[in-house]
Design a protein around this ligand. Structure first.
Ligand SMILES: [Zn+2]
Length: 220
């Protein structure tokens, strides 16, 4: 397969294309969830890479927080939204059920009311919470349609990685590693593709609702 062209730095024309920051949860010494023969950090990276490819195919620019098995603190991941002027941020994670193995499905988190500390740090206002909620709803709907996974809805939670982002930001829990059937699906390349495609559709739909962005995407 041909190698994808490296993206960035960008010229002035390219700068107009909205940039999405894609975050593969965990990495390095932080493996995340481990169950049923799967390790979260590897699954999130596999899904995130597919998501990157789908977003680029949809005409968007993408930066990833990590492209290798590397550790990056949550604050640094969030700070990349400001550094790159991202218009949307998606953090990819895999869920665990602390009370057993029965839970399945997908849920998407947003930070509805960023804390004062987070607002001071990022310079953003509460308005970001409303747009993050919209992004979460759109992504959650699309990813569940695409995967036919159980829809566990969207949830408001002040996770650092989304709370400190300077743009609409969501964290998608793509399924439960603690459920053996879902773990098998999560390790399957075809299912990973469906998850990525669903998230990408949601992000694109969300961005297209902004007139300035729609105009740039329509030119392509
Ligand atoms: Zn995680």
């Amino acid at each position: 397969m041909l190698e994808k062209p490296r993206i960035g730095p960008w010229d002035a024309e390219t700068q107009k294309i909205p940039l999405v920051l894609v975050d593969a949860g965990h990495g390095g010494h932080d493996g995340g969830a481990v169950a049923n023969g799967g390790i979260e950090k590897h699954l999130t990276l596999a899904i995130a890479k597919r998501l990157r490819d789908d977003l680029i195919a949809a005409g968007l620019r993408v930066v990833m927080t990590r492209e290798t098995d590397a550790f990056l603190p949550l604050e640094e991941r969030a700070a990349l939204t400001k550094k790159h002027g991202a218009e949307a941020f998606v953090s990819v994670h895999i869920n665990t059920d602390g009370s057993g193995s029965s839970a399945t499905g997908i849920e998407t988190y947003f930070s509805g009311k960023p804390s004062l500390a987070a607002m001071r740090k990022t310079g953003k206002t509460g308005e970001n919470g409303t747009t993050s909620e919209k992004l979460a709803a759109t992504v959650q709907r699309c990813v569940c349609e695409e995967t036919r996974a159980e829809n566990r809805g969207t949830k408001d939670r002040d996770y650092v990685v989304i709370e400190e982002a300077t743009c609409p930001a969501v964290l998608v829990e793509c399924g439960f590693l603690t459920n053996s059937e879902e773990a098998t699906r999560l390790k399957d390349a075809k299912h990973q593709e469906k998850i990525a495609r669903g998230i990408a559709s949601g992000v694109k739909l969300f961005l297209q609702a902004k007139p300035a962005v729609a105009a740039v995407l329509a030119e392509k």
